[in-house]
Design a protein around this ligand. Structure first.
Ligand code: A3P
Length: 296
């Protein structure tokens, strides 16, 4: 009997110009050779932008009616494999994706646009990108890194925020990520670009837009069922959606389904941090047409 050791908190290193850890690069050649299919749906996000929320909505949309037992038996991270993940003792995300029996396959990635496996472009697979305002995204990332031993040690909030600004985060700079995908979207019609804040404002409207992108027309009753299932409180208490089955996360430090709000950054940023952040944000976004809401 060999006791399983929990993987150690990893350190960041530069990987093709992006900060990464070994848990997302160890299986690199295999990931890059992933064989996407034309009917695959890739859910792409910067970490903590609302990946699980949109993954769950998509899963309910495609399989909620057909396979209701899925809702009580398969955790979301198995229904929607995380393509690039490769951790000790865990099934590699790429292998899980290869083995998915359902069509379409829903696949999650946090890769910046330039690192996405080529076959997704060659096969013209549909991609749903979700972006979240930088301040709330940073706060959510901080608490996530506290509770998830697979992430680098977050340290104190002020240091973490500085690192966030400098792009010293797993999957690199928030700025490069949201802008890279936004630019790609301008020339690639198969990307549907969504915002966390819009989902909070009117999830029904966002679901309608998602359905029109995907060419689906669920009944009003079906839509209602999806919207109810994907409500924050329902997902928070749903073991198949709240990551409570994942050993490596310590939900007593901070639950995965933490607050689910726009504007929680106000409880974390000091006045000085906010001013410095705004100034830096303005500079980094000056050539971008992307606009974010930080309060509603
Ligand atoms: P907070 O930490 O701000 O609460 P990801 O899935 O990309 O890791 O993002 C996680 C963030 O999305 C967390 O943000 C989580 O609470 C929030 N979230 C997940 N499901 C949600 C829902 N149904 N409604 C609102 N926010 C949700």
């Amino acid at each position: 009997f060999v006791e399983m050791e929990l993987p150690l908190r990893p350190t960041l290193f530069d990987f093709h110009g992006v900060s990464m850890t070994k848990y997302f690069t160890d299986n690199w050649d295999d990931i890059q050779n992933f064989k996407a299919r034309p009917d695959d749906i890739l859910i792409a996000t910067y970490p903590k932008a609302g990946t699980t929320w949109v993954s769950y909505i998509l899963d309910l949309l495609y399989f909620g009616q057909m396979c209701p037992e899925r809702q009580t038996s398969i955790p979301i991270q198995e229904r929607v494999p995380f393509l690039e993940i490769s951790i000790p003792y865990g099934v590699k995300g790429k292998d899980l994706a290869d083995r998915l029996p359902t069509t379409p396959r829903l696949i999650k990635t946090h890769l910046p646009v330039q690192l996405v496996p080529r076959s997704f472009w060659e096969q013209n697979s549909r991609i749903v990108y979700v972006a979240r305002n930088a301040k709330d995204n940073a706060v959510s990332f901080f608490h996530f890194d506290r509770m998830n031993n697979m992430e680098p040690e977050p340290g104190e909030w002020s240091n973490f925020l500085q690192n966030f600004k400098e792009g010293k985060m797993v999957f690199g700079s928030w700025y490069d990520h949201v802008n890279g995908w936004w630019e790609k979207k301008q020339t690639h019609s198969k990307i549907h670009y969504m915002f966390y804040e819009d989902l909070i404002e009117d999830c029904g409207r966002e679901l309608d837009q998602l359905c029109s992108f995907l060419g689906l027309s669920p009944s009003a009753e079906e839509k209602e069922r999806i919207l109810t299932g994907a409500k924050f409180d329902n997902m928070k208490h749903n073991k198949m959606a709240n990551y409570s089955t994942v050993q490596i996360m310590d939900h007593s430090v901070s639950p995965f389904m933490r607050k689910g709000k726009v504007g929680d950054w106000k409880n974390h940023f000091t006045v000085a941090q906010n001013e410095e952040f705004d100034e830096d944000h303005k500079k980094k976004m000056k050539n971008s047409t992307l606009k974010f809401r930080t309060e509603m």
